[in-house]
Design a protein around this ligand. Structure first.
Ligand code: PEP
Ligand code: MN
Length: 331
């Protein structure tokens, strides 16, 4: 149950009610209480304090259509996704920031093509501790330099809760990776900012678990959450993961959060990325995340899946056509 409290309710009373009903409390223009979804009937004192009450089926609450029937609008500076925008935000860039030369080549490529948001990880959550772990703060500073020099917006990921605030300061969108989706420290810290957060689905999580992770951010008071489907683990081993487009359809139907699709990490091989990306766009996705590298063979992470600039340029032109066919606009 979600309760919007009346303006005249004191904060003291709000906190007392939160304590009594074991509710999460946050302020976002309004004072909001969120109890377990098992509570279906408000008590008299809650009714009295409430301006509006929303009863939800499950602990997908703030992200539910029962709470907000239309898709949330998320602003990334002057860019908008969700709401009534029909915008598809096509994000590209390398898996990792590797050097100034590499990230500058990527930034120039984005600007020349008209891509507004560049991706690149500075803190990489790798599967092996013996591989490249990212440049850390030095990488964030390089991204910042590219933002200032080329007017790009930046999405970059947090690896663990030790540097969330650092990443929040440098990023226009904070990315929480598939392996970090359950990290309470990261989720709760991201709930304290208003920065847009792209939450990737863990590759072994159900849709319910995925959206409940988003609830940690929303119930911390950050309304700017974007979901990202990036492939789940199935019995299939020929591709890296299996992109759950059925899941994407479910999220669109049952949540109020914009959904970005990541074909690169899903298939894991560059040959399949263009076709898969077009299929994603045909679903009228709110955005796509596609890895590109000035020289994919030399990439320090995810070398097999990154497109070279020529491949992405061709893909980008065709994505615009697919977008138009389904009533979307590439931004
Ligand atoms: C990435 O975006 O480079 C990444 C590590 O993705 P994921 O968390 O989906 O594996
Ligand atoms: Mn990657």
């Amino acid at each position: 149950m979600i309760v919007h409290l009346h303006k005249n309710v004191s904060k003291e009373l709000a906190l007392n009610l939160a304590e009594k009903y074991k509710a999460t409390f946050f302020e976002n223009g309004k004072m909001v209480l969120v109890t377990s979804s098992k509570i279906k009937l408000p008590s008299d004192e809650v009714k009295q304090a409430a301006e509006e009450i929303f009863i939800t089926d499950s602990d997908i609450q703030l992200a539910s259509k029962q709470y907000m029937p239309t898709k949330r609008e998320i602003r990334i500076g002057d860019l908008v996704i969700g709401g009534n925008s029909n915008n598809s935000l096509v994000i590209t860039g390398p898996c990792s920031v590797e050097s100034e030369e590499q990230i500058e080549a990527s930034a120039k490529f984005c600007v020349e093509l008209g891509v507004n948001v560049m991706r690149a990880g500075a803190y990489k959550p790798r599967t092996s501790p013996y591989t490249f772990q990212g440049l850390g703060l030095e990488g964030l500073k390089l991204l910042d330099k590219m933002r200032a020099k080329y007017g790009l917006k930046i999405i970059t990921e947090v690896r663990d809760s030790s540097h969330v605030n650092e990443v929040i300061d440098y990023a226009d969108i904070v990315q929480i990776g598939a392996k970090s989706m359950y990290d309470q420290g990261i989720l709760r810290q991201c709930g304290k900012t208003k920065k847009p957060v792209l939450l990737k689905r863990g590759f072994g999580t159900t849709l319910q678990e995925f959206v409940q992770a988003a609830e940690f951010i929303l119930s911390g008071g950050n309304p700017n959450v974007i979901l990202c489907e990036r492939g789940i683990r199935t019995f299939e081993t020929k591709t890296r993961f299996t992109l759950d487009l059925c899941g994407a359809a479910w999220l669109k139907e049952n949540t109020n959060l914009p959904v970005i699709l990541d074909p690169s990490h899903a298939i894991g091989y560059a040959y399949g990325v263009p076709d898969l990306a077009r299929a994603c766009m045909a679903m009228a996705a709110d955005g796509l995340l596609i890895e590109t590298h000035p020289n994919p063979k030399e990439a320090k992470s995810d070398a097999a899946q990154q497109l070279n600039f020529e491949e992405f340029k061709n893909l980008y032109a065709s994505l615009k056509k697919v977008a138009e066919a389904v009533g979307q606009k590439v931004v």
